[in-house]
Write a protein that binds this ligand. Structure first.
Ligand code: SDX
Length: 431
């Protein structure tokens, strides 16, 4: 049978043929770029449940099979055999680095970890109890006020420098936000430490004594960052792309992504999931919360459950659960009650008709909070850590869009249901 290359839309007796485009894997797309010109109609898809916003070669998700690939490599293989800086190189450049490329990349990142000394003044303007997401959103947006030599997006070299600066400085800025919140002095990055060890040092080290980085915690963090690095066109990545489509500088685009990630339906879910587990407290209260999650009149949702794309188990959640077990054992927190509640809640939810019918499985945020809490991070730091890891994905997607010669400013239309044209009435004549 001949390969189907188009679909035909019949509208008021007129037939419009729309091309079908096929990717390397995954669903075909109907190219509707000429739809309005040929039919005078828009499509309608709030939430973009059936809409491809772009063509990309970076990340592929098969939601039904629970598959996640970064540049073709599966997330479980990368989490098992690679490391976060190498995954950053892969996402940015499309291939795993040779040993020489990797060492040059590590050097580029290491020598951008410091922030402009004046940037530390920004933190003083915030209340100590400000949520760290508010702080990093402001400070990252302000980077464009300091690094003018990497804001010209038409210059490929400046785009690479801005990418390296953002990947390198996010750990420093996030560690500074934590230090500021606990009233401790900022710790300068150290060039002799690897990416994750350096972040732990800047976060938990103090100037008064040496800080010994735990390899277990550094390895767990590295894995958590790999799992969070990219995820095709999720809400915050789409925000970064839309901001970038206007020509905004990369620092401003990443600040927009941070703002979007903060929402509890997105990156804020890891903080919300842990707060929920603390609220449940003990396994015997799980049925009460499952009932609340199923009650249409109750806004409560099981945080860390469900996903727009995954209608099977989120492959990241699987690796996260295994990592949680390993870290808790290493830390001697064998019977963390929250982990017991989480595993029991997952077991009960996955055997409940409502969750089965709606294909609700644990997502990346369900177990991550348990590990981060055991590592000593306060819950308010969970989403900043998600942002730290996702920065490379945002940057890779932004760079792919900017380098695309056919790129245009994103400008969706709407279905207007407001008032039709009417004449102005002066205030004295109004009823
Ligand atoms: C991330 O897009 C990405 O890739 C995001 C992410 C990434 O890496 O970038 O994977 C990261 O954001 C993970 C998701 C974290 N969010 C949460 O854990 C918050 C809790 N989950 C939900 O709010 C929800 O599942 C979403 C937002 C994640 C997905 O929502 P959808 O796809 O819009 O689905 P929906 O809200 O239309 O829900 C479908 C049905 C609804 O019931 P009905 O209206 O059909 O009767 O399932 C129900 C929902 O009420 N439902 C839940 C539920 N999630 C969906 N019911 C109880 N608990 C939940 N968690």
């Amino acid at each position: 049978m001949a390969e189907q290359t188009s679909v035909v839309l019949e509208d008021a007796g007129k037939k419009v043929s729309l091309p079908l485009m096929e990717g390397s894997v995954g669903p075909k797309v109907i190219d509707i770029r000429k739809l309005y010109a040929e039919t005078g109609h828009f499509t309608y898809d709030p939430g973009f449940t059936s809409t491809a916003s772009c063509e990309s070669k970076i990340t592929y998700i098969d939601g039904d099979e629970g598959v996640l690939l970064y540049r073709g490599y599966s997330i479980d293989e990368l989490a098992e055999q690679s490391d976060f800086p190498e995954v950053c190189y892969l996402l940015l450049n499309g291939e795993l680095p040779t040993a020489g490329q990797k060492s040059q990349f590590l050097k580029n990142i290491t020598y951008h970890t410091m922030v402009h000394e004046q940037l530390s003044m920004f933190f003083r303007g915030f209340r100590r109890d400000a949520h760290p997401m508010a702080v990093i959103c402001g400070v990252v947006g302000a980077l464009s006020a300091f690094y003018h030599d990497s804001t010209d997006i038409s210059d490929p070299h400046q785009r690479v420098v801005a990418s390296h600066r953002l990947i390198a400085k996010m750990p420093t800025i996030i560690a500074m936000a934590y230090k500021y919140s606990v009233g401790q002095p900022f710790m300068y990055p150290r060039n002799d430490l690897d990416y994750c060890s350096n972040f732990l040092y800047m976060t938990f080290g103090v100037p008064c004594e040496p800080y010994k980085v735990s390899p277990t915690l550094a390895n767990a963090l590295d894995k958590i960052f790999i799992l969070h690095a990219d995820h095709e066109q999720n809400a915050s990545t789409s925000t970064v792309r839309l901001a970038g489509s206007s020509g905004a500088n990369p620092f401003a685009c990443i600040a927009a992504g941070i703002a979007c990630l903060w929402g509890p339906a997105h990156g804020g879910a890891n903080e919300a999931a842990l707060n929920m587990l603390q609220q449940v407290g003990t396994p015997d209260r799980i049925p009460e919360y499952i009932a609340k999650a199923k009650d249409k009149n109750d806004p409560f949702r099981l945080m860390g459950f469900g996903h727009r794309v995954y209608k099977n188990y989120d492959p990241r959640a699987k690796v996260m659960q295994q990592t949680a077990k390993a870290v808790l054992e290493e830390l001697g927190v064998h019977n963390d009650p929250l982990f017991q509640v989480a595993m029991e809640l997952e077991k009960i939810a996955l055997s409940d008709e409502y969750f089965i019918e709606k294909k609700l499985y644990p997502n990346v945020d369900f177990y991550s909070g348990i590990i981060l809490r055991a590592m000593g991070f306060p819950t308010t730091m969970f989403t900043p850590l998600f942002a730290l890891a996702r920065t490379v994905g945002w940057i890779a997607q932004w760079a792919e869009m900017i380098a695309d010669p056919s790129q245009k400013i994103g400008r969706p239309r709407q279905l207007y249901t407001g008032a039709d044209r009417r004449t102005f009435v002066p205030v004295e004549a109004r009823g």
